[in-house]
Design a protein around this ligand. Sequence first.
Ligand code: AMP
Length: 215
Amino acid sequence: MKLILLGPPGAGKGTQAKMLTDHFGIPQISTGDILRAAVKDGTPMGLRAKGYMDSGLLVPDEVVVGIVRERLQQSDCKSGFILDGFPRTVPQADALRETLESLAKDLDAVISLKVDTEALVGRLTGRRTCRQCGRGFHVVFDPPRQTGSCDACGGELYQRDDDREETIRKRLSVYSEQTAPLEAYYTGAGLLASVDGMLEINVVQQRIRGILQAR
Ligand code: AMP
């Protein structure tokens, strides 16, 4: 299964990707997670990416294209992968097509998760993540049993720097300008299917699996 999850920040791509990973046993490739790890480790790529990420802008195409090209060649991607947060521009989508061609692989589907803008802002401002195991929570919709600590491992919960309201608005406008055109791009390629991302998490997952089974 070779899949792209498309959708604005807060649409639920990460949550759905993790569930698909468990179900299909294929890796989730999140460029956002890879970049945040590089920032945390202080690598040259992380230092370059940090300013863009903190301001809600996209990291330059050549950086993320390089990350994905390398990652797709690793052995765990042989039977499939879920791309979460990539591609985000038409040049990235073109680069992905070339990379997959060179690896003799084809995409099976591009699933677009649809969520209202105001719901996205509410989801993102309340989002908290465990520093230790990466599990996500929401202060209202999915609160931890004890404020500030992870139910799964007791790790400290933190708010991403870019999940503050002014940065969120910027990220959403970047999405509509630079990433939303990919819907037409993948519709043209006969790959796009849309799912209502306002539905309950498990229902969204069932709809995605239904689409994948039909392909
Ligand atoms: P995410 O975790 O997917 O919301 O990504 C967080 C931030 O990482 C984004 O706001 C961008 O600054 C950067 N980023 C992640 N993926 C990409 C990508 N495919 N292209 C450019 N920047 C990206």
